[in-house]
Design a protein around this ligand. Sequence first.
Ligand code: HEM
Length: 229
Amino acid sequence: MHSKVWDSIFRSKLPINTNLDRSLVIFNSLTLHIHPVKVREKAIKFSYTFYLGMISFFLFIILIVTGVLLMLYYQPAIPNAYENMKDLQYVVSNGMFLRNLHRWAAHLMVISVFLHMIRVFYAGAYKPPREFNWVVGVVLLVLTLLLSYTGYLLPFDQLSYWAVTVGVNLIQYIPVIGEKTKFLFLGGHEIGEYTLVRFYVLHCVILPLVMVLLIAFHFWRIRKDGGLH
Ligand code: HEM
């Protein structure tokens, strides 16, 4: 019924009539394999999860798309960074909209990830066998906050400069490793070109990469822990 090209890409044969056929579609696909083959009816009700996990994921996708577009107009250098921001606001078509979309999605993601954690806590879904996925979730929360923090420096205006100054000054009070960690973040003794480049690489490459891998693992783990609690 289908061409050889179709069959070479999709292993499952149509038509799909039985539950076995349906399961095979999931098992035979790398992308679908992340989903459970069966879901409990109560788990897909809005009032059960308030879709907070998916909303967090959706916001993350918006952030990736708008972030990549913002990268087209941004240079992590002084004074270019600040000028690029002003150009985005006043010169680039829809630049202000793009920047605000990225900013608002970032604020909303922090809120939705936090609310998702509260939901999981009140459902008691942190208990075995889901305790490791809770730990993965905590790392995801920390990553979300780090992404938010590193992004804050990038416009390199007065607000960024002083917010990051306060942040790294707090880090230096961590016992033993405080001073070294502060130096590592700043790429020197005070905020400057190297700090900006470090925050840029963390914000645009390292943290998003780790986030993508961990989110995929988080989803796969939900399936392996027997679906939603
Ligand atoms: C980037 C951040 C995150 C994303 C995109 C995300 C995504 C999701 C999604 C889509 C689900 C399934 C639907 C739902 O429960 O809403 C889920 C479930 C879960 N999440 Fe997250 N999550 C994130 C952060 C967290 C955090 C911060 C925690 C806890 C500290 C956490 C712990 C869990 C657990 C234990 C489950 C399974 C819940 C159950 O079985 O009922 N996640 N996550």
